[in-house]
Design a protein around this ligand. Sequence first.
Ligand SMILES: NC(=O)c1ccc[n+]([C@@H]2O[C@H](COP(=O)([O-])OP(=O)(O)OC[C@H]3O[C@@H](n4cnc5c(N)ncnc54)[C@H](O)[C@@H]3O)[C@@H](O)[C@H]2O)c1
Ligand SMILES: [Zn+2]
Length: 334
Amino acid sequence: MTDTALSPTETVHVDLGDRAYDVQIGRGLIDQAGARITALFGRRRMAIVTDDTVAGLHLARLQAALAQAGIQAEALVLPAGEATKSWDRLGQTVEWLLAQRIERKDLVIAFGGGVIGDLVGFAAAILRRGVRFVQIPTTLLAQVDSSVGGKTGINSPQGKNLIGAFHQPALVLADIDVLDTLTPRDFRAGYGEVAKYGLLGDDRFFEWLEGNAAGLASDPARRAQAVRHSVAMKAGIVQRDETEQGERALLNLGHTFGHVLESATGYSDRLLHGEGVAIGCTRPLTSSARMGLCSRGDPRGSRRISRHGPADAHRRHSRRPARRSGADRPDGAG
Ligand SMILES: NC(=O)c1ccc[n+]([C@@H]2O[C@H](COP(=O)([O-])OP(=O)(O)OC[C@H]3O[C@@H](n4cnc5c(N)ncnc54)[C@H](O)[C@@H]3O)[C@@H](O)[C@H]2O)c1
Ligand SMILES: [Zn+2]
C-alpha cells in the first residue's frame, strides 16, 4: 500500500528527545500496519506478541498487513487476562523473542490490551538490554492510557506492577475500529481511565464526556476524539515528568483503592483494572467530601461512572467533583 492510500489519522507526538514517538489514532490502522511501520523503520525483522482473544479476532489481519509490506512476522499467543503479567510469561516471551532472533535494530509488536502492552514492553526493555517495540493497543484502556508513556511491567504476588521498567515504544498505532469487538464490560472498564482524565482538572473534557460518553461505543468520531484528547493529556504529563518524580502521579488517581480491590479479587476477572479505577476514583472523593476537603465537591458524578459506566453518564448531575483529591501513591500504578 502506498502512503497516499493510508487513511487520515490524528497524530499526537510524545516529545521525549531521543525517545520521542508518535501515537497515530484513526480508523483501519491495523490493515495498514505494514505500510505505516515500514514507512518509519524500513523493512525490519518483526515479531508479534498477543493474547488468545485478540489473536482469534484480529491477528490474521495484522499478519496480512505486514506481509503486504514484505514482513513475515511470527506470533506468540499468550492466555488473555491479568495473570499473564507474570514472571513465567515474561520468561516465555523473552525466550521466544530470542528464538525469533530479534536484535536491537528489529521490532517487537505488542498487539493487545494493557496486559500485553505492559508485559511485552517489559520484555522488550530487558531483551538484549533493550529493543524497540511498537504498541498496537486493542482495548479502550490501552489506547487512552497504557500504550503511551513507557511504563512497562508485571505483577508480583506482593503487589501489582511492582516489577518493571520505563521503556518508551517507538510508535503507537491506535486503530479505533478494533474496539468494535470489545465486550461492553471491557469497553466500560476502559472508560474508567477516560473519565479519570476528566477528573484531573480538565473541566471541558469532563463536560464533553457527560454529553458524549453514551455515544463512544457506537460513534467513531466521538471515540476518536475521546482517545485523542486522553492521549494528548497523557503525553503532556509524561513529557513533563517521564519517570514519575511528581506530576505523573496524578495519573494514578483512583489506583490506590483500585489496586487493593484488584488484589483482594486475586487479579481475576471478578474485577477488571478499569473497574477498580472507577471505584477507586469515587472513594477518595466521597471521603474528601465527608472531611470537607472537596471545595466544589459533589462526588455523585464519579460514583455514577463506577456504577453504570458511560451508558448512564449522559444524565446531568449538579456539579463535577473537585480535582485530584485522590491522586495517590507513586509506585505500582498504571
Ligand atoms: N502501563 C501503563 O501506563 C498502564 C496504564 C493503565 C493500565 N495499565 C495496565 O493495563 C492492564 C489492563 O488493561 P486492559 O483493560 O486493556 O486489559 P487486558 O489486556 O486484559 O484486556 C481486557 C480483555 O479484553 C480482551 N481484548 C483485547 N482487545 C480486544 C478486542 N479488540 N476485542 C475483544 N476483546 C479484546 C483481552 O483479551 C482481555 O480479555 C492492567 O494490567 C493495568 O495495570 C497499564
Ligand atoms: Zn490504570
